[in-house]
Design a protein around this ligand. Structure first.
Ligand code: FES
Length: 143
């Protein structure tokens, strides 16, 4: 066994032994979307009418249902409520009011107001919630 043959053999064995680790590290790091975690179908308070009317949106990262992003005003006919976690790789989507879509800042997936994918790379819709005003509170539950 000459030196060149030994180095080639060593490099090959190193690559073969590390490949599963690199593969696992690459794919295990993909964040899972934070979908609804609660089995309950109860209404959950996610903010106040005052907060909603101030900016036209409320983002609540932690609720018993998972992250909730609400768009609208207290006098809106329909409030839009989605889980803002992009189903591609887990970034939070932004609301683009002029285009009336949710846009992911990471890879530009677009979602309609009812969570459906308008443009990929995402292929799965955003989970949606029912939302309503209850007194001075904004509440949601699973759609
Ligand atoms: S994480 Fe949203 S498009 Fe990639």
């Amino acid at each position: 066994m000459n030196r060149r043959y030994f180095i080639n053999l060593f490099s090959l064995s190193l690559f073969v032994s590390c490949s599963p680790i690199l593969f696992a590290a690459t794919y295990a790091a993909k964040p899972k979307p934070k979908n609804n975690t609660s089995k309950s179908n109860n209404w959950v308070n996610v903010g106040t009418v005052e907060e909603l009317d101030k900016t036209g949106q409320i983002l609540k990262e932690k609720t018993p249902l998972g992250p909730v992003f609400i768009i609208g005003k207290s006098n809106s006919a329909n409030l839009i409520a989605v889980n803002p976690t992009c189903t591609h790789l887990g970034c939070n989507v932004d609301w683009e009011a002029e285009e009336n879509i949710f846009l992911c800042p990471c890879h530009a997936s677009e979602f309609t107001t009812d969570g459906k994918v308008q443009n990929g790379p995402a292929t799965e819709p955003l989970p949606t919630y029912e939302a309503k005003i209850e007194g001075t509170a904004v509440v949601v539950r699973r759609a």
